[in-house]
Ligand binder design. Structure first.
Ligand SMILES: [Zn+2]
Length: 384
C-alpha cells in the first residue's frame, strides 16, 4: 500500500496546482482513479472550468459515514531556494520531497490508495472523499461546496482533515477573518477642515472602535480556552491615507484581521462596527457630502474549529492512531466548515507543518505508513 501511495503522490506532485493556477486536471485524474476503484464520484467545477472540487463515496448511500478531506492546491515556489525540482517527487533516504508532499497531497495519495480496499469491503457506513481547490487562499473551494452539501441528507458524521500534524490529533484552531475598510471622504484645503470630509479622521475612529473591541474580546474568552492567546484577537495590519499636511484627505484604507476562538465573536465584532458606521460615521460624513461612503470588503473568512467536549471524530481517530491527547494549533484549515455542517471533526495527517510552505518540503515514508495504518484501521472499523 505504501508503494501505491508513493506512486499516486508522485503523480499529484507533478500537477503544479499552485492556488493561482488551475487544479481541474488533478481533480479529473483523481476522479478517474477513484471511479475505477469503485467510488461514486462527483466533480464540481467553478465558472471558469479551471478549478474543481471532488466529492466521492464508497459504501452505502446513507448519513453517518466518515469523510477524508484534503485540499489539492499548494503554495507557490517562487523566490524559494529548492535543491530539487519541486514539481517532481524526489526521494532522499526516507524522505519524499516536492511541493505539496506534506501540505497536503501525501494524505490525499494515502486516501486514494486505500479506495480499492474500501470498495472491496462490505462497509456498514460510507467513506467519503472531499478534495478541494484554493484552501491556501481562504478555503474558497470548500466554501463553494458548503451550500451543495447542506442540501444533502447522506452527510458524513465524522470528518478527518489530513493537514500535516505528524499524525497527532488536532481538535481545534482559531478562525481567520480579513477585511479591508475603505473610507471615501471629500478632499479640501487644510485651512477649512469643516468643508471637507476627512477620510483619515473617520478611519481613525473606526480603528479606535476596533481597538476597544479587541479589549472587550478578552473578556469574552471561553474560561477553558486552550488557545494562545485564549481570546479572539484583532490586528490592525495597515492604515493608509492622505497626501500632505495641508490637504484634507479624501481617501483612507484600513486592513485588519481577527482570529476568532468561538462562534459568535466574529459576528459580535462585525455587528458593533456596522452599528458604528451606520449610526455615527456615515451620518456625520454625509452631512457634508451625500457622496461620502465607507465600504468593508471581506478578503477571507475561514471559520475556526471549535474544540468540543463531545467529539466522535476525536474518539474514532484516538482509537485508530493510539494517540492519547488532542491539541489545538495556530494554523487554519477547512475543518471549521465541516463542523458548521454538523460533522464531528479532527485534523490529523502525515508530515509536519514545519515543512509546509518551505523549500525542500517533504513527507517521510514513516509518516505515510502511519497514515495508512489509520486508514486501514478505519476500513476495519467500518467493515460490517
Ligand atoms: Zn494545507
Amino acid at each position: 500500500m505504501l508503494e501505491r501511495t508513493e506512486a499516486i503522490l508522485s503523480d499529484l506532485i507533478a500537477h503544479p496546482t499552485v492556488s493561482s493556477d488551475p487544479n481541474a486536471a488533478l481533480i479529473d485524474h483523481m476522479a478517474d482513479r477513484l471511479e475505477s476503484a469503485g467510488a461514486r464520484v462527483e466533480v464540481f467545477r467553478d465558472e471558469s472550468g479551471q478549478k474543481a472540487n471532488l466529492w466521492g463515496t464508497i459504501g452505502p448511500e446513507m448519513a453517518g459515514g466518515v469523510l477524508l478531506s484534503g485540499h489539492s492546491d499548494v503554495v507557490p515556489v517562487a523566490d524559494q531556494d529548492w535543491s530539487t525540482d519541486p514539481w517532481q517527487m524526489t526521494e532522499r533516504g526516507d524522505l519524499l520531497m516536492g511541493r505539496g508532499t506534506c501540505d497536503m497531497k501525501g494524505f490525499i495519495a494515502a486516501a486514494v490508495a486505500m479506495a480499492e480496499d474500501y470498495a472491496a469491503t462490505n462497509l456498514r457506513r460510507p467513506v467519503h472523499f472531499c478534495f478541494t481547490h484554493d484552501e491556501e487562499v481562504g478555503c474558497l473551494g470548500a466554501q463553494s461546496l458548503v451550500p451543495l452539501l447542506k442540501e444533502r441528507e447522506a452527510l458524513p458524521a465524522i470528518a478527518i482533515v489530513g493537514e500535516p500534524t505528524e499524525m497527532r490529533i488536532i481538535e481545534g484552531h482559531k478562525g481567520c477573518c480579513e477585511y479591508t475598510a475603505r473610507f471615501h471622504g471629500l478632499e479640501g484645503h487644510g485651512s477649512n477642515p469643516d468643508r471637507g470630509v476627512n477620510a483619515v479622521a473617520y478611519a481613525v475612529r473606526y480603528v479606535t472602535r476596533l481597538m476597544e473591541l479587541a479589549e472587550e474580546l478578552k473578556l469574552r474568552a471561553p474560561r477553558e480556552s486552550r488557545f494562545d492567546p485564549p481570546w479572539t484577537t484583532v490586528n490592525i495590519g495597515k492604515l493608509a491615507g492622505g497626501v500632505a499636511h495641508n490637504v484634507i484627505p479624501g481617501r483612507a484604507e484600513v486592513e485588519w484581521e481577527m482570529r476568532p476562538v468561538q462562534y459568535g465573536d466574529a459576528e459580535f465584532v462585525k455587528e458593533q462596527l456596522r452599528h458604528l458606521i451606520e449610526t455615527e460615521l456615515l451620518p456625520a460624513m454625509r452631512a457634508v457630502t451625500p457622496w461620502a461612503d465607507i465600504t468593508v470588503e471581506t478578503i477571507g473568512e475561514v471559520v475556526g474549529l471549535e474544540p468540543m467536549d463531545d467529539n466522535m471524530a476525536r474518539a474514532l481517530v484516538t482509537q485508530l492512531t493510539g494517540g492519547n491527547s488532542a491539541d489545538v494549533v495556530p494554523f487554519g484549515t477547512e475543518a471549521g466548515l465541516f463542523q458548521e455542517l454538523g460533522m464531528s471533526v479532527v485534523v490529523c495527517g502525515p508530515g509536519s507543518i514545519a515543512q509546509a510552505h518551505k523549500p525542500d518540503e517533504y513527507v517521510s515514508r514513516q509518516q505515510l505508513a502511519e497514515c495508512l495504518t489509520m486508514l486501514e484501521g478505519l476500513r476495519r472499523n467500518l467493515a460490517a
